[in-house]
Structures are given as structure tokens and as C-alpha cells.
Design a protein around this ligand. Structure first.
Ligand code: ADP
Ligand code: ASP
Ligand code: MG
Length: 443
């Protein structure tokens, strides 16, 4: 079994949806995981936000606009009148629920149910398209097997039992179409795995079915050595180890949801990134294989808050760190970077939900300074004892950038630095020199 996940742009138009059918192999078992068409989840969030605020007229207008887009796509996608009509009926059913929920006011769990419509629409249409093409495929609803537990982590036992049961119902079927992103929570309500979560869905499914590989199809030819949205002349990295890719995904490379790697690395399942617009391009392969070769890639994670905690006794008394981390633990807030001095600790978080409570508790025994709008720049490379002096070259390129924190030595293949977000692009560009030099040395 292989798992192939297609992102928003890959299902973004009727023509692109047709292209997918060409990409999916015919002779081996495949689970196809789809995101919503690009732009849809954003529109659904706006609709749900407006409806929740009581602006039902605005929500209704936006929902009608989105519905019209789907009628056009369906009309263009299908060849026969029969399937055009089926597509229309399906879209009508999906949007009738949204209109009804807007009219009734957004109570209970309707917000998350609305967000789930994007993936239900793309998979429903794609499955009908395959059927029109006379390709036998089964539609399996993620809401019947994808579930999170009390800690909002995937409930692997439940997912595995249920997906096995569902797949067993379709002996002989080669193609299974299912949704990324959406799931049920521990209460059984419709929920999701967070923005960009379809990658994570594919990885979880790959894990539970022991897939041969998980392919993530997107709009670029693999993981690039720097963020192509901000830096010119980036190039794809053909091979990365699980650890390197996990650091890049976690620290901001938007191409992969931060949690995608672990479910696959746990079982040694290769993750391959491919470009739907250029299917023959090899993309990036992520596996256990580690090829130590200089500075490989740079990524940036925005929305970071830095907290400096100074012991009120002006020295790092025994137990000071323990007290600090107990507070972050109590408020289930993950710490990304940390640096210490004799009298103070600086650390960063990306989840501000409980920040006020955390600050109140820290203030009892320390003085605290908070800096918002920070960005972590993650540099992935071979830094084992830095025998090649890469760290020196990295810091040399940053001589004009005010660096707030540096974390080095936490792992053999990561250096992280913290800068104010308005220096992010300059930092990415400055560091690109080091990656380029490395490419020259490697060539
Ligand atoms: P999808 O909708 O297929 O999930 P995403 O938009 O989530 O696609 O991810 C693909 C985008 O990620 C690319 O178009 C690119 O702009 C951006 N991106 C950011 N960092 C990187 C990187 N290091 N390598 C490749 N793409 C990146
Ligand atoms: N459609 C969801 C989002 O836009 C999930 C995904 O695209 O991976 O976040
Ligand atoms: Mg994505």
C-alpha cells in the first residue's frame, strides 16, 4: 500500500483534479488523501467567523460565492450530463447544511463541521470523477477512523482498528479516496488536525497501514534549501534524513505540516515530496539515510514569543529551572528554544494561549521580560563538533543582523537563531550565501 496526498493547489481547479487521476497508479493499492481546494479552508474560516459573530448576512453571501465556485468546477470537471447532475446535487447537499447552520446561528460544534466541508467536497467530487472515468475506487470517510485522544494526539489504536476494518470491506479495490485534515476528537465531535494538517493525516494513515511510502504531492519540486517565498534561486534538496526533515518542518518550512515526519520515521516509511505540475521530477526523498554534507537548508518559523526570566535572587539557585519548566508543563505550552546565563533564562514559545497565566506564576519568583513578533531561523546541516567551521561562517554572515538568541549543540544537525520578525527576510537571504557556498563545495 502507498499513501499519496495531494494539497490544495493540486486539487485547485477542475483541470488539476483531472490530472490527479493520471498521476495515481492503476495497478497497486493506493490511499489518496486530499486537501480542500486551495482557498476553500480560508473561505470557510471567514464564513464561520462571520456567522459566529452574528453577521449571518455576510456569512450567507460568502457561502453563496463559494458554492458558485464549486458549481463551476463541477460543471467543468465532469464530461457527462449524468455526472454533472450528480456533482450539482452533491454540492447542493453540502452547502444546504452550511446555509441552514448560518440561519440557525452557530451553536455547538458547527464551527468545526463547517471547516470540514472543504475536504468533504474535494474528495466527494474526485471520487465521482474517478467513477465517471470507470476507475473503480472506494470512498472512505476520515470521520469514521481518524480520531484524536484526550491529549489531542492521534489515537493510533482506534485509527488502526477502524481503517483495517474499513479496508477489509473492499477486498480487491485498489484506490481508496479519503480526506486529509479532518478527524473526530475524544468526544466524537468533528474536529481537525490544524492548518496544513492533510500532510499529517497522510503520515498517520501511512503509519497505521504500514505503507511502503507516503508521497506528498504539492506545487513545488520538493523541499528547497531556503524559503522560496522570500529568497531567490533556492534549489530542491534531493535527499534528507527523517531528523533533518523533522527539524525543517517543525521550524517553519511551510511545505510540510510540523508533525508529518514522526509517524513515518517511527516505522521507517520513506516520505517523498513530489510536484503535481512536474510529476517526472524526482522531488525530495526523506528516509533513515543520512548524508552529512555541510549546511543543507534554512527555514523560518514566525509568531514566536521570547520570554526572559531573571531570578529575583540574581543567581540560578538550585531548582530555579525546574520551577520554570513545571509552569510551562502545567499550561501544556511547549518550549522551542532555550538559552541560559548565570542569572537568567531566555526561552521561546509559539503558543500564547496561556501566556498571561504563565507570566503571573513566573512573576512570583522572578522578573520577566516578553518580546513578541519574533522568528526562529533554523539552519539544518552537519554540525557534529563543527569540524568544518560551518558555525563560524554562519555567524559571519549575520554580522549586520541583531540576533536575540542562539541555540547550538542541542542536536548534531541544527543551529537555531532568534531574530525579530522584521529581520526575517534579511536573515534568510544572508544565510543563503552559506548554503550556496556549501553547494559549490559539494559540487
Ligand atoms: P499544499 O497546499 O500542497 O499543502 P503548501 O502551500 O502547504 O502546499 O506548501 C507548499 C509551499 O510551501 C510552496 O509553494 C512554497 O511556497 C512553500 N515553502 C516554504 N518553504 C519551503 C521549502 N523549504 N521548500 C519548498 N517549499 C517551501
Ligand atoms: N485544508 C486544510 C488547510 O487549508 C488542510 C491542508 O490543506 O492541509 O489548512
Ligand atoms: Mg500544506
Amino acid at each position: 500500500m502507498k499513501v499519496l496526498k495531494f494539497g490544495g493547489t493540486s486539487v485547485g481547479t477542475a483541470q488539476r483534479i483531472r490530472n490527479l487521476a493520471e498521476i495515481i497508479p492503476a495497478n497497486e493499492p493506493i490511499i489518496v488523501v486530499l486537501s480542500a481546494m486551495s482557498g476553500t479552508t480560508n473561505s470557510l474560516i471567514t464564513i464561520a467567523d462571520e456567522a459566529k459573530k452574528g453577521n449571518s448576512e455576510r456569512a450567507m453571501d460568502l457561502a453563496k460565492e463559494l458554492e458558485a465556485k464549486y458549481y463551476n468546477t463541477s460543471n467543468e470537471l465532469f464530461f457527462t450530463n449524468l455526472y454533472k447532475k450528480r456533482g450539482e446535487e452533491f454540492i447542493n447537499d453540502m452547502f444546504s447544511k452550511i446555509f441552514r447552520d448560518i440561519r440557525r446561528g452557530f451553536n455547538g460544534n458547527v464551527y468545526n463541521e463547517t471547516l470540514a466541508a472543504g475536504e468533504l467536497l474535494s474528495t466527494g467530487l474526485f471520487h465521482q470523477y474517478l467513477t465517471e472515468q470507470k476507475r473503480s475506487a472506494a470512498y472512505i470517510s476520515a470521520l469514521e477512523y481518524m480520531k484524536t485522544n484526550d491529549d489531542q494526539e492521534p489515537d493510533y489504536n482506534f485509527i488502526s482498528d477502524n481503517i483495517d476494518r474499513i479496508l477489509d470491506d473492499y477486498i480487491g479495490t485498489k484506490i481508496f479516496v479519503t480526506q486529509g485534515f479532518i478527524c473526530r476528537n475524544n468526544q466524537g465531535e468533528v474536529d481537525n488536525l490544524g492548518r496544513g494538517g492533510s500532510d499529517y493525516s497522510a503520515a498517520i494513515i501511512g503509519n497505521v497501514v504500514d505503507a511502503k511510502e507516503v508521497q506528498i504531492w504539492t506545487d513545488i519540486d520538493g523541499i528547497h534549501n531556503n524559503d522560496p517565498r522570500f529568497v531567490n534561486e533556492t534549489s530542491p534538496i534531493r535527499e534528507l534524513s527523517f531528523d533533518e526533515a523533522a527539524e525543517l518542518a517543525y521550524f517553519g518550512a511551510k511545505i510540510l505540516h510540523p508533525s508529518t515526519i514522526y509517524p513515518c520515521s517511527r516505522k521507517g516509511i520513506p516520505v517523498i515530496l513530489k510536484n503535481t505540475l512536474q510529476p517526472s521530477d524526482p522531488g525530495t526523498i526523506i528516509s533513515h539515510h543520512y548524508n552529512p554534507s555541510g549546511v543543507k537548508a534554512i527555514a523560518a518559523k514566525d509568531g514566536i514569543t521570547a520570554i526572559k526570566i531573571r531570578s529575583s535572587r540574581m543567581l540560578m539557585a538550585h531548582g530555579f529551572l525546574k520551577r520554570i519548566f513545571q509552569i510551562f508543563d502545567e499550561y501544556t505550552t511547549a518550549v522551542d528554544m532555550i538559552t541560559t546565563s548565570e542569572v537568567a533564562v531566555s526561552l521561546t514559545i509559539d503558543n500564547r494561549k496561556n501566556l498571561d497565566k504563565i507570566l503571573d506564576e513566573l512573576s512570583v519568583f522572578s522578573s520577566v521580560e516578553v518580546d513578541e513578533d519574533q522568528t526562529i531561523i533554523c539552519i539544518v546541516g552537519d554540525f557534529v563538533a563543527d569540524k568544518n567551521g560551518y558555525a563560524g561562517r554562519i555567524f559571519n554572515t549575520l554580522k549586520n543582523i541583531p540576533v536575540r538568541m542562539i541555540s547550538y549543540g542541542g542536536s548534531n544537525h541544527n543551529i537555531s537563531i532568534l531574530v525579530s520578525s522584521n529581520h526575517k527576510i534579511d536573515t534568510l537571504r544572508a544565510l543563503h550565501q552559506v548554503v550556496n557556498e556549501n553547494n559549490l563545495i559539494e559540487a
